[in-house]
Design a protein around this ligand. Structure first.
Ligand code: MN3
Length: 201
């Protein structure tokens, strides 16, 4: 059974950038629903129940036709949100360092330029979706956007930073001002965590 991960920080600790009410709803209702629907979809397929969410998504073609899209939507939702909670915190490093800083420098020409390109990508996600920084199989990094809950894992890539651009992620506080939400979000990205993901996968 897949489970909702606990957050390592309180719901109100990302204020004022992400408000407590949004965090609570987003984690306890939206993310929980993805987990519940994923478990329900797999309930008749015991052979897939012991796989991690990463394994399920990386080998998505192995799933039977009847459940594949449900797992893409809800398993993707589970994986994407688990990443999202992990790469934020009230008190982490606010810029990359070490190998990840070097990779960002050589790929994007610097951290500010990276943030600008990532933010543009996020603004241009049409409708519901995500913007990601991914690690490619060859170890390089690049920007990616995906619609709905499609996960970079399905395409052989490893997401190391992800921004939720569904309106449920920001509408309570920012209404239609997606740009303000994106600008605020940089204040709660924990670059220690992003670096860990970059180095471990
Ligand atoms: Mn969401």
């Amino acid at each position: 059974m897949h489970q909702l991960p606990e957050l390592s920080y309180p719901y109100d600790s990302l204020e004022p950038f992400i408000d407590k009410a949004t965090m609570e709803l987003h984690h306890l209702k939206h993310h929980q629903t993805y987990v519940d629907k994923l478990n329900s979809a797999l309930s008749e397929y015991p052979e897939f129940q012991n796989l991690s969410i990463e394994e399920l998504l990386r080998d998505i073609q192995n799933l039977p036709d009847e459940v594949r899209q449900i797992v893409i939507n809800n398993g993707g939702g589970h994986a994407n949100h688990s990443l999202f909670w992990r790469i934020m915190s009230p008190n982490g490093a606010r810029k990359p360092k070490g190998d990840l800083a070097d990779a960002i420098e050589s790929t994007f020409g610097g951290f500010e330029e990276f943030k600008k390109q990532f933010s543009e990508k996020a603004m241009n996600v049409f409708g519901s979706g995500w913007a990601f920084l991914i690690k490619n199989p060859n170890g390089t990094i690049s920007l990616k956007r995906h619609s709905f809950q499609n996960s970079p894992l399905m395409y052989g890539n490893t997401p190391i930073l992800g921004l939720d651009l569904w309106e449920h992620a920001y509408y309570l506080k920012y209404q239609n001002r997606r740009g303000d939400y994106i600008a605020a979000w940089w204040n709660v990205v924990d670059w220690d965590k992003v670096s860990e993901l970059f180095l471990e996968k």
